[in-house]
Design a protein around this ligand. Structure first.
Ligand SMILES: *Cc1c(COP(=O)(O)O)cnc(C)c1O
Length: 217
């Protein structure tokens, strides 16, 4: 595995689906990875990364930004409203817009700051109690409300249940996006990104297949 290997598989999956390889963005998920591994991927020229915690990202990315230009950072984990301002400063995209209160907070910040990261609405496609996200049945109304707040909604994001066929969830997410006129689909991880590309993913979030196993010590 590694960056080049994943890129090759990603391009092949796009080709097989009759899609342009550059229609899929590879977000290298660097959470819980040692800085040397992240630096090695930056040295290879990659600039698009994902983190799931604001605090962890704030601890490492300002330094990387001094050493490397044009880093594109994506927040893929839950966002507390009291960290929203910090997230605005750190991230170019937020994939975890998952509740009305957060939408209102982001809209207020966007007014104050005069800009806003690109946003993806997280949909709880498996309707799991323990998982964040808008329920599929509520997502049309939520997307409408976000647009009414002038939020820059790029698309939808999902994390399928571990014990179910991911493709069913990717197809559901694509259907919800299409009927809401949204182009962005943030779906697919190390184990299933090829299936996600076949079903229209525009952003895949791949961690361990690029960097190796995470250190949870
Ligand atoms: C950690 C994480 C990933 C990457 O998972 P891998 O299995 O290591 O590719 C993708 N998306 C989200 C939301 C994550 O938290």
């Amino acid at each position: 595995m590694g960056l080049n290997d994943i890129k090759a598989r990603m391009h092949k999956a796009a080709e097989d689906a009759g899609r342009a390889p550059n229609s899929v963005t590879l977000i290298a998920v660097s959470k819980k990875q040692p800085n040397e591994r992240v630096a090695a991927v930056l040295e290879q020229g990659h600039r698009c990364f994902g983190e799931n915690r604001v605090q962890e990202a704030a601890g490492k990315w300002p330094d990387f930004r001094e050493r490397f230009q044009e880093i594109d950072l994506h927040l893929i984990g839950p966002l507390q409203t009291n960290k929203a301002r910090q997230a605005f400063e750190l991230f170019q995209s937020i994939h975890s817009l998952d509740r009305p209160k957060l939408a209102k907070t982001l809209a207020r910040l966007a007014q104050e700051e005069g800009h806003c990261p690109d946003l993806f609405v997280q949909v709880n496609t498996g309707e799991e109690d323990q998982k964040a996200g808008i329920l599929p049945g509520d997502s049309d109304d939520f997307v409408k409300d976000c647009k009414a707040l002038d939020l820059p909604i790029k698309g939808l994001m999902c994390i399928p249940p571990v014990d179910e066929e991911a493709s069913l969830h990717f197809a559901l997410l694509a259907k919800i996006a299409e009927r809401n006129g949204l182009d962005g689909l943030s779906m697919g991880m190390s184990d299933d990104f090829e299936k996600a590309i076949a079903l229209g993913a525009t952003h895949i979030r791949v961690g361990s297949a690029i960097f190796g196993a995470r250190d949870y010590a």
